[in-house]
Design a protein around this ligand. Structure first.
Ligand SMILES: Cc1ncc(COP(=O)(O)O)c(C=O)c1O
Length: 484
């Protein structure tokens, strides 16, 4: 049976159920599979005609042992996750008319209109399945730069096994994103708006790490997380890379690249792992906004934390791409002692400069670049005016980066991952299009409905967040134990 270990080497190997329910490994590391399952060209050929759900079943079966989740149960969990999606095919992949060989992988047809729905719809249902079987309850905590929080809240809402604590930097996400969390009336959803987050969402992650380190509290309220520190998110996100490739390539082994708007490297960590499993993606192009953390890592070999810039692509205003450490593990021959050394160095000095051999190994097959807000807004307008297709600001970062790099990568098919629906960012859409009204493509019925609902939630200053959460989460936990 495939086991999972910490990328920092602590603790002992665990099964997938334990890895997923725990979130972090006990030593604070990220869970990784002991071996990455390998997929051959023949297998890819056989998978070519599969639907997204069919492919998800095949790929997840490589990681989830049948003795833990039976084939029937896995199919039911997948169906439950994706039957809520707006499009039958789950992830449509249209071709841009105004560009050569450029496709857009629309990952935003889940209930909260971002790619986070693709991972969280499945993961929350899987966690619920495990907990219902064990008759246990978890307190789930996530920090968000605008999209993880709504998706986690939406897929946890109403589940009797889970409480969702969704922390967001007040004023740094859009009103539309905030309402997606605060208008869910379910008693198990607890949005927390946090004032004065100087480093945006990264500030919230630090408080979450501190709560995890408080072992008495962690065990008392059964604390876990479903953000991209959870292996389950990475595993399910490998599926859309396989799906995208197989939909767009005319034959297995055709050169296809993918361009991904990136922040914490959760999405692209899954892409990198998919390639290590055997998916023949030519280049992964890392698209950053002015917060160039990943561009620095992949072009200079330096992992460093710089001051944050607020941009129009706010969901990728991220300073610390924590999933890079998970990917790096597979690039240094699974030498956990190196990951432990580098993460400790980063925690104490705020900077790691990688040696030549490590740099050359992890950057293989990756290109990176960043764009300004001006370029992001410009490409939204240009593509809308030429073909009436509206990019959200994050997808626009990917298309704008591809624009910059097209001549370098050559003529072959490139899929830009479209990570959110434009209706989540109406002000940016108006700014880009230079209008004070929104075109229909920038609206969505669920966004309009949320405006007519009462909002709920906690607010607190960042300075008191840890104390406030200890208090509120303990109270909520006690209540849920009484009700049980
Ligand atoms: C719309 C959108 N695009 C891109 C990203 C970047 O994804 P990741 O943090 O996994 O790199 C995020 C989330 O952070 C997002 O919400």
């Amino acid at each position: 049976m495939l086991k999972f270990v910490s990328n920092k080497g602590g603790g002992s190997p665990v099964d997938i159920e334990t890895a997923i329910l725990a979130g972090y490994a006990p030593d604070g590391g990220l869970y990784v599979p002991e071996e990455l399952p390998q997929v051959t060209s023949d297998q890819l050929e056989k998978w070519r005609g599969l639907s997204y759900k069919g492919l998800a079943f095949e790929i997840l079966s490589l990681y989830i042992d049948r003795s833990i989740v039976s084939a029937d149960d896995l199919r039911t969990i997948i169906d439950k996750a994706y039957d809520t999606f707006e499009k039958e095919e789950v992830i449509p992949i249209p071709k841009l008319q105004s560009r050569d060989d450029t496709y857009v992988m629309e990952l935003f047809y889940g209930s909260t209109l971002s790619f986070k729905d693709v991972g969280l719809s499945f993961l929350c249902n899987l966690v619920d399945f495990f907990l219902a079987r064990k008759k246990e309850r978890l307190s789930i905590i996530v920090a968000t730069t605008g999209d993880t929080g709504p998706a986690a809240a939406s897929y946890i809402a109403g589940k009797s096994t889970l409480d969702a604590w969704v922390l967001y930097p007040k004023g740094l996400i859009t009103e539309e994103q905030e309402r997606q969390m605060t208008t869910l009336h379910h008693g198990n959803v607890h949005p927390v708006g946090v004032y004065n987050c100087e480093d945006g969402g990264d500030d919230l992650d630090l408080v979450i790490s501190s709560l995890y380190a408080n072992l008495e509290f962690k065990e008392r309220v059964n604390l876990s997380s479903v953000n991209s520190i959870n292996w389950g998110r990475i595993m399910i996100q490998t599926v859309h890379y396989f799906y995208g490739y197989l939909q767009v390539a005319d034959r297995v082994r055709e050169e296809v690249s993918m361009c991904v708007p990136s922040g914490a490297f959760g999405n692209l960590c899954a892409g990198g792992i998919a390639r290590k499993m055997g998916l023949p993606v030519k280049y992964y192009i890392i698209a950053n906004n002015k917060n160039e953390c990943l561009h620095r890592i992949f072009s200079e070999g330096v992992f460093s934390k710089e001051p944050i810039h607020e941009t129009v692509s706010s969901a990728i205003d991220i300073l610390i791409p924590m999933n890079f450490w998970r990917f790096l593990y597979f690039c240094v021959e699974k030498d956990a002692s190196k990951i432990k050394m580098w993460t400790e160095q980063f925690e104490s000095t705020g900077k790691v400069e990688f040696d030549e051999e490590t740099f050359n190994s992890y950057k293989q097959g990756f290109l990176s670049n960043s764009v300004t807000d001006e370029a992001t807004l410009g490409i939204i307008k240009e593509i809308y005016e030429s073909e009436s297709y509206l990019l959200d600001p994050h997808t626009a970062v990917a298309v704008a980066v591809l624009n910059k790099m097209r001549s370098q990568i050559g003529n072959h098919k490139v899929i830009c991952l479209a990570t959110a629906h434009p209706s989540k960012f109406p002000n940016v859409m108006q700014q880009a299009l230079g209008r004070d009204y929104l075109p229909i493509e920038a609206t969505h019925p669920s966004i309009e409905t949320a405006k007519r609902k009462c909002q709920k939630g906690f607010t607190i200053d960042h300075e008191y967040l840890e104390e406030g959460l200890l208090d509120a989460m303990s109270y909520q936990w006690e209540q849920s134990q009484k009700d049980a």
